[in-house]
Design a protein around this ligand. Structure first.
Ligand SMILES: [Zn+2]
Length: 277
């Protein structure tokens, strides 16, 4: 089996998996074209589990962080523990962090506070940041700007852009499961962001994400499942898994008018560069 896909955002650490279910999901990755999976933390327990998964499986890497939903419980001790977790060689990013004003599961001032503290940790440790942004009305990007996530010093810390990029320096900020317009995507790429597209790009009425996937520079595009959520067509309605990132890649290839192999190879190379794998 040729390994040519990178699932840049999945939750193998999903808290409702039994050990058997988690092992089955991992087994299917092993016998699939998926070369790498980033297992992304959303609270302290899932961050520890992601770090453990990454240590155990050669194809698994981890991001650690506290999601805005869990921001209310975020403590100074948690921040210190994240700093420790980031020292492991296969813990490669801070995330998913950000703001969620759609579900508002934590008070907004607590969301902002947890977000700012974790951005500062990412800048201090020099790791990529994976962003969750839902209905913040631009405040997520505003806070990233205020905290210096797009500063010249941050950009200078990373290698120069791949050929074909639109000229904006790379600040290693990934907008996970991007749901904005193509215009917004270009604006954020201009700041130094990279865009990650998930299963909704396969949904029939989702013209907005289809345009994003078709039009942004290929060098700034990553693909993901956000498994077990957001299952792509034609499997919608079932639980999602990292192996389904192939369906996202095939849809993007169709939208861009390039081959599936080219799409897979480019997004694999982009993700390896982004996470330094
Ligand atoms: Zn997620």
């Amino acid at each position: 089996m040729e390994k040519l896909l990178f699932d840049s955002h999945a939750h193998i650490n999903y808290e409702k998996y039994t050990d058997g279910e988690r092992a089955a999901v991992m087994g299917r990755v092993e016998s699939s074209p998926v070369a790498f999976v980033l297992d992304v933390g959303f609270d302290m327990a899932s961050s520890r589990l992601a770090a453990r998964d990454a240590a155990a499986w050669p194809w698994c890497y981890a991001a650690v962080g506290v999601h805005p939903h869990d921001a209310d419980a975020f403590t100074a001790a948690d921040l210190a523990e994240l700093r420790q977790l980031l020292k492991a060689p296969k813990v490669v990013a801070l995330g998913e962090i950000g703001l969620d004003y759609y579900r508002d599961l934590s008070p907004r001032d607590r969301q902002r506070d947890a977000f700012r503290k974790q951005i500062r940790l990412a800048l201090e440790t020099g790791v990529p940041i994976t962003i969750h942004d839902r209905d913040s009305g631009g405040e997520t990007i505003q806070i990233l700007k205020e905290e210096g996530a797009f500063s010249d010093a941050r950009k200078a810390a990373f290698p120069p852009d791949a050929p074909g990029a639109i000229g904006a320096p790379d600040a290693r900020v990934l907008l996970h499961c991007f749901s904005g317009s193509a215009e917004q995507a270009f604006e954020y790429i201009g700041l130094g962001c990279t865009i990650s597209v998930a299963g909704p790009v396969t949904f029939k009425n989702n013209k907005k994400t289809a345009r994003v996937a078709a039009e942004i520079p290929l060098s700034r595009l990553l693909i993901e499942t956000d498994a077990p959520y957001l299952t792509p067509e034609p499997l919608r309605g079932r639980p999602n898994e990292p192996v389904n990132v192939e369906l996202v890649a095939r849809k993007i290839a169709e939208l861009r008018g390039i081959s599936y192999e080219e799409t897979a190879a480019a997004t694999l190379a982009n993700a390896r560069r982004f996470f330094r794998i």
